[in-house]
Design a protein around this ligand. Structure first.
Ligand code: F6P
Length: 370
């Protein structure tokens, strides 16, 4: 019999269990043996496999997180004791020792790259696009994004209560890595007055003008949805070298050992900095909220459950047909295989002509730019 291994890797994400269920049930339907690999690529290197039976993948559709566990460990740069080693060959050998014909990897951009590495090292792979960031290339959408966007939209709705009652500016920081999908989607859906995303470097003077203008028109509250990867115009014009220098300096502050009696050096967060600068520029009272991992928590939305079931069951069929080394992508209402080489290493950002941007501008949402 054919045998597959399933692993989940990178950040946890709503829909992982639904996708595991879809792949496993469909594979079992086609007579394929299913192994689960614990904790992503680390489990593969450490030989941690579990045999998944039908009962184990039943009743998990609605559960958040991943029953297999996950990690951000990469096979080619694996911390092992106090060393960081290239464990790619060990990972491939372990999979082959279990007689795995294909490794199914559920993950975002990092996972797509790691899966391609495994493919190049001689292991068949098949991947699914998972991430709340929606930044995986070659697919209309990745699973987890819809749920996260719903959570973030609900949070923006709730922030309106305090913003309107206290006549405040509230800066809400959203995830999304280097892409603005989540902040833009939730920002537009939640009626944010300002949306700042990495694709459009912002100028806080323009944002401040917008806030003052709103006040003049008797709109006494403003919500700002800011993507964690958003950069100012000044930052955007910095060279790669300058940015790297800044990143290293930040890292140094974060890793610095605190000596007794010394003041604590804490890096100012993006939302705090934006709120502070806008308060200075406008004189308006500002507050911050950073949603963090709440955005990835809990049960997947109906749309994500459907998506995971479509992607997972399509993967099962492709596995039965011996279709390997692809990512199962969404195109309209269909799930289709695309070569992994076209996906790995590409980040899908929001294009400047995207309809959501135009819609945002037409409802007078400030994008921090002119
Ligand atoms: O890729 C998903 C994501 O939640 C990003 O939006 C965010 O930048 C990152 O993961 C956070 O990583 P961690 O879970 O390691 O804090």
């Amino acid at each position: 019999t054919k045998c597959i291994g399933i692993l989940t890797s990178g950040g946890d994400c709503p829909g992982l269990n639904a996708a595991i269920r879809g792949v496993a049930k469909s594979a079992m339907h086609h007579g394929i043996k299913v192994l689960g690999v614990m904790d992503g690529f680390r489990g593969l290197v450490e030989n941690r496999f579990v045999h998944l039976e039908d009962a184990q993948v039943s009743g998990i559709l609605t559960l958040g997180g991943t029953l297999l566990g996950t990690s951000r460990d990469k096979p080619h740069k694996m911390p092992m004791g106090d060393q960081v080693l290239d464990m790619t060959e060990v990972a491939v050998a372990n999979a082959k020792a279990q007689q795995i014909d294909c490794l199914v990897c559920l993950g975002g951009n990092g996972t797509q790259k790691n899966a391609l590495r495994m493919q190049k090292a001689g292991l068949n792979v098949l991947t699914l696009p998972k991430t709340i960031d929606n930044d995986v290339a070659e697919t209309d959408v990745s699973f987890g994004f819809d749920t996260a966007m719903n959570i973030a939209t609900d949070a923006i709705d709730r922030l309106h209560t305090t913003a309107t009652s206290h006549h405040r500016v509230i800066v809400c920081e959203l995830m999304g890595h280097k892409a603005g999908w989540l902040a833009l989607g939730a920002g537009v859906a939640g009626g944010a007055d300002v949306v700042l995303i990495p694709e459009i470097p912002y100028d806080l003077n323009i944002v401040a003008e917008h806030l003052i203008e709103r006040r003049k028109h008797n709109k006494r509250f403003s919500i700002i949805a800011v993507a964690e990867g958003a950069v100012s115009k000044a930052e955007a014009t910095q060279s790669e070298e300058q940015r790297e220098k800044k990143k290293q300096a930040k890292k140094k502050v974060a890793e610095r050992k605190h000596k007794p009696g010394e003041p604590h050096l804490v890096q100012e967060s993006l939302d705090s900095r934006i709120a502070r600068e806008l308060q200075q520029l406008t004189g308006l009272e500002a507050r911050t909220t950073s949603l963090g991992h709440v955005q990835r928590g809990g049960s997947p939305s109906a749309r994500d459950r459907l998506l995971c079931t479509l992607l997972g069951t399509t993967a099962g069929r492709l596995l039965a047909e011996g279709h390997y080394n692809k990512m199962v992508a969404v195109r309209g209402t269909q799930a289709v295989p695309v070569p992994l080489e076209k996906v790995a290493g590409v980040i899908k950002t929001v294009p400047r002509d995207h309809g959501w941007l135009e819609a945002a501008m037409l409802v007078e949402t400030c994008l921090g730019d002119r």
